[in-house]
Design a protein around this ligand. Structure first.
Ligand SMILES: Nc1ncnc2c1ncn2[C@@H]1O[C@H](COP(=O)(O)OP(=O)(O)O)[C@@H](O)[C@H]1O
Ligand SMILES: Nc1ccn([C@H]2C[C@H](O)[C@@H](COP(=O)(O)OP(=O)(O)O)O2)c(=O)n1
Length: 243
């Protein structure tokens, strides 16, 4: 028995799907939830970011939808699923830092609104989930927490746990401003608005991550700190799975 076994689900491989808008806390909360439960962790937004990085690296015009589709299909992406140290490598290059830059954030929606690119990345996401879940009735799978915009609705609608993580626009802007600019003063909030509000509006044209679909539990983190939000999500997992 290894030292994390007591934190793992008793049997079976749980799939936890989490969607929500930018700055609602998906990445920071899901990493902690996955680590607490001994599950793998997949940040699908990082896959869209990596695809965007790859297109730019290859000199692809993001407005050329066919060229973007072809580049995304050919992208040699490797994803590491350890929630304590997730990794994203494209063609041998560690892109973890490069995909978080404002240069990527400001154009990633052009890839995320390309339906063929979505289909390709969606297949890769389903393959990761299937591998982490294991076959029906098999209890050896590790299980996985997957977060993004369409996980509860399109990618894993049959997930054991489906959560919409929300927060008020004001809270999300303040969090992102603090993260990117180190302060939530007026200028920082204004500079962050494009990253959060405009991008969510653009992304919402292809997927709905602002309202909870049937069977999806909403967790509103507006008035919760990070630790409280992690606890609220763990409570939903416990309620739904008994784990
Ligand atoms: N409940 C919370 N309370 C306060 N800050 C939070 C909370 N959840 C996340 N944050 C912070 O807000 C920022 C954005 O969170 P992040 O996890 O990147 O959101 P998302 O993945 O939904 O875009 C991070 O700096 C994170 O530490
Ligand atoms: N399943 C997903 C995940 C992300 N996206 C899009 C939406 C965002 O503009 C980009 C990047 O997502 P990411 O979760 O990293 O964005 P934030 O950092 O939370 O603002 O990808 C998507 O369309 N579908």
């Amino acid at each position: 028995m290894d030292d994390t076994s007591t934190a793992r689900p008793a049997a079976g491989a749980v799939v936890v799907a989490v969607d929500g808008p930018s700055g609602s806390g998906k990445s920071s909360v899901c990493r902690r939830v996955a680590a607490a439960l001994g599950l793998a962790y997949l940040d699908t937004g990082a896959m869209y970011r990596a695809a965007t990085w790859w297109c730019l690296e290859r000199g692809v015009d993001l407005a050329d939808r066919d060229a973007v589709t072809a580049a995304v299909r050919a992208m040699p992406l490797e994803v590491g699923l350890d929630p304590r140290a997730p990794t994203f490598t494209v063609d041998g290059t560690d892109v973890a830092a490069a995909i978080r830059t404002t240069a990527i954030s400001s154009v990633v929606s052009q890839v995320a609104t390309n339906l063929e690119a979505r289909a390709d990345l969606g297949e890769r996401q389903r393959a990761v989930i299937a591998a982490e879940q294991g076959p029906d009735g098999w209890s050896g799978g590790r299980g996985v927490v997957v977060e993004g915009r369409d996980i509860t609705t399109v990618i894993a609608p049959a997930a054991d746990v489906r959560i919409l993580l929300t927060a008020s626009e004001q809270a999300r802007l303040a969090r992102r401003a603090l993260e990117v600019h180190g302060s939530a003063d007026g200028a920082s909030l204004a500079a962050t608005r494009d990253q959060v509000v405009r991008r969510d509006a653009q992304d919402s044209t292809v997927v709905d991550f602002l309202t909870a679909a049937d069977g999806v539990v909403t967790v509103d983190s507006s008035d919760l700190d990070l630790a409280q939000t992690v606890e609220a999500v763990l409570a939903v997992v416990r309620d739904v799975t008994g784990r």
